[in-house]
Design a protein around this ligand. Structure first.
Ligand code: T6T
Length: 316
């Protein structure tokens, strides 16, 4: 786990208009609480945030839960405690369950910036920065249609945990767009709890219940890794098209060796950079943009070398 956050009550930051009544808090301290620790998407996001914080003269401390799990993340939010940071950048692991703990931090004067995922309640954060996840799902469906090349068949969508705003938007964007390709039919969205083993088991089950399975859309890194395992175990690599989201080192390796036919890569470093910029603007009373997006890129084996700048990092 990352180092514990330390508090600094000596700052002279100004209050800005988001309704906080508490005294200015946190000095030049920013806290980042990603969705899960030791995971290339959030590591890359942290790298972007760290570099920008240093540039702007702020100190960023990161602490991430061991699992993508709302109770574990709540403990970290609560641990910000009586000495909260000037701003909290957070990827809420549940769009509803994380509302109360985040609101408590906000009530002490901390500015809230959502990075990657978001709460359903849009009144809490000063700013939200994410990929356009619905557009990412749409891009995945268009890529799936291209890969099928007019062939008919069924498609499975693997989501993570109900209440994860990002993957839900990807699944919905995919399903909505797939309706424009009459030869492809979705057999529905299945949840994996963000566990590769569950994703592998869902693929195994779908292969036996749906003989015309032609494609799988895995809405994030873990679901993709599990789906690849499921296809490998059944000897279906390449016969069933697998489109993954994200571009972790293992997914990139999988694209290279034919386990994935395409990846939709996000730009997590840019989400981190923009998150810090918005947090600092909110702290310093400068104009803040409520919603910002980072770019997405569909990458196949054929163009992967030209797109290597979008691959995620394991360390900064
Ligand atoms: O896909 C990313 C992130 O955008 C999503 O919210 C959760 O899963 C990842 O971190 C990948 O594991």
């Amino acid at each position: 786990a990352a180092a514990l956050l330390t508090a600094c009550g000596s700052g002279t930051v100004g209050q800005t208009g988001s309704g906080n009544s508490a005294a200015p808090v946190g000095g030049k301290k920013l806290a980042l609480i990603p969705g899960v620790q030791a995971e290339p998407f959030y590591i890359s996001l942290q790298c972007g945030a760290q570099a920008e914080a240093e540039k702007l003269g702020y100190e960023l401390t990161t602490q991430a839960p061991q699992k993508f799990d709302a109770p574990l993340q709540t403990q970290l939010v609560n641990a910000l405690g009586a000495n909260p940071p000037a701003a909290l950048l957070i990827a809420p692991t549940d769009d509803t369950a994380m509302l109360a703990p985040i609101q408590q931090v906000k009530a002490r004067g901390t500015k809230i910036v959502e990075v990657d995922t978001a709460l359903k309640d849009t009144s809490v954060a000063a700013s939200s920065i994410s990929s356009d996840n619905a557009a990412g799902g749409k891009l995945a469906a268009q890529t799936m249609a291209k890969l099928a090349g007019g062939k008919s068949g069924s498609v499975l969508v693997l989501d993570t945990i109900a209440g994860t705003s990002t993957t839900a938007a990807r699944a919905k964007g995919f399903e909505d767009e797939l309706k424009n390709t009459p030869n492809l039919k979705s057999i529905g969205v299945q949840f994996t709890q963000n566990e590769p083993e569950q994703a592998a088991a869902k693929v195994t089950a779908a292969l036996s219940s749906t003989p015309d399975l032609i494609g799988v859309f895995a809405t994030n890194l873990n679901t993709g890794e599990g789906a690849a395992t499921g296809l490998r175990n059944a000897g279906k690599v390449g016969a069933v098209n697998l489109i993954g989201f994200d571009a972790s080192p293992s997914e990139v390796e999988g694209l290279k060796n034919g386990q994935y036919q395409a990846l939709i890569a996000q730009d997590p470093a840019s989400i981190g950079t923009q998150g810090v910029q918005q947090a600092v603007a909110a702290i310093e009373g400068k104009p803040v943009t409520r919603n910002l997006t980072a770019e997405l890129h569909s990458i196949t084996k054929a163009d992967m070398d030209a797109n290597s700048q979008y691959f995620y990092k394991q360390s900064c």
